[in-house]
Design a protein around this ligand. Sequence first.
Ligand SMILES: Cc1cc2nc3c(=O)[nH]c(=O)nc-3n(C[C@H](O)[C@H](O)[C@H](O)COP(=O)(O)OP(=O)(O)OC[C@H]3O[C@@H](n4cnc5c(N)ncnc54)[C@H](O)[C@@H]3O)c2cc1C
Length: 487
Amino acid sequence: MNQPRIAIVGAGISGIGMGVALQRAGFTDFTLYEKAADYGGTWRDNTYPGLVCDVPSRYYQFTFAMNPEWTQLYSTGPEIQGYLAGVARGHGLDRRTEFGTEVIGADFRDEGWLVTTSTGAVERFDFVIFATGFLHHPNRPDIAGLDDFAGPVMHSARWDHEVDLTGKRVGVIGTGSTGTQLVSALAGQVPKVVMFQRTPQWILPTVNKPYRALTKRLYRRVPALSRLAYQVNRGFFAAFSQGLVHQGRIRSLIQWVVARNLRSVEDPELRRKLTPDYQAMCKRLVVSDRFYTAVQRPDVELVTDGIDKVRPDGVVTADGVLHELDILVLATGFDSHAYMRPMPVTGAGGRTLNQEWANGPRAFEGVMLPDFPNLFMLVGPHSPFANHPLTAVAEAQSSRIVGWLERWQAGEFATVAPTRAATDRYNARMRAAAPGTVWTTGCQSWYLGKDGLPELWPWSPSRYEKLIRRTPDSVDYQLDPRVMSRK
Ligand SMILES: Cc1cc2nc3c(=O)[nH]c(=O)nc-3n(C[C@H](O)[C@H](O)[C@H](O)COP(=O)(O)OP(=O)(O)OC[C@H]3O[C@@H](n4cnc5c(N)ncnc54)[C@H](O)[C@@H]3O)c2cc1C
């Protein structure tokens, strides 16, 4: 069988899952490029105190590598990182992975891709698959004087473990999942934590419990239990996602639960400050078993006045108050619309990715782009990712990609790309459905694009999985059959 040459860019969940899927389907000629020194992506880069996944471990895992050894209901960052590296190495991906190699450019030429790396090499591939993630490039806020701060300033995704927290007053800027996890973990460990809040968050309560040795033994002995737990979680998340995309009982129920949870904050003034003025889930819902306890501690201060500037000795808020600090942590998120950029990617006829995405990232079914033949993305634009585990999405998308590679191998085409008409129709349908979702109910969030509409799949994740797992309809694609002359 003719083996296509394939480049995968990125060795996080998506890239690892893709690599394993290729191997299982018999594709042997692929290179996995990873700019860092290890597997794991998000879970390698983020090592801040308190990092915990908000999807249960038994669901946030690959279906082909169910892990009976999870130590608790919601895993910590290091545990997930260990799992991902173990899966990659256990499946022999090491021999196909080039660590420390950043892909710095990709050009479509003569039915294939010229991939340029940071080592200076230029390699030709038949297909390129971007698994570069969307929460990867840290956002550094534009705050006057930030560079003048005398102490360490760390983005949460670049935690410096050399920094000694002992006896230090720590400021945390940001209130999303990361900010709340950080404050919860630091409270009581340092003399003072100051949380700078621009927007309060709704918090979904949960309980994170460790698994007993007996439970692990049981899951080891009876692998069907892992599959069952996966399906149970899947059902739960499917129900939850109804609340995201439809106004109805589930949305109301979640609103009731988070409002009730907020009542555990005793001081009415603090409760008022923590009360959002938008619906639950409009922003990514924060899941926490300890934030409200932490924020009520006397050594934790919630500051709601806007930040005016940073001085060497602390942060000055709009009311003129100086909050003296020794360490500043930026829990300010990521440039979630960058995807594989700033890398220059040039498709057919010299069309660049920046031109293609001038009005925001758009794709066909989340995985392909018109005018960019033989290019695939994992967890690309409008994939279902709000509070939904990306492991399931990436696995489903990998199966679609494998399907195309098999058709290439069967000689059906040399290059494939969705037509512009199909892509436009697809995006128009999604944008028409967006107003029915909770993300358009009146909040600012990183989900929203330039036109104020969410850059998310506006229906249930199971509908997406069904779509992406079906055989694609050839009328939506331009298939170039020149492969016959190459053989
Ligand atoms: C702090 C944090 C917490 C999160 N918590 C949750 C959670 O609780 N639940 C949940 O469902 N999701 C969560 N997410 C989302 C999470 O990012 C995804 O679930 C998942 O890890 C994404 O995997 P990925 O492989 O698609 O991308 P990433 O994990 O971002 O991996 C991309 C990889 O590509 C590499 N790369 C990028 N560009 C290049 C290049 N040019 N050349 C070579 N290599 C490159 C990167 O180094 C990285 O290793 C969280 C994200 C963050 C940042």
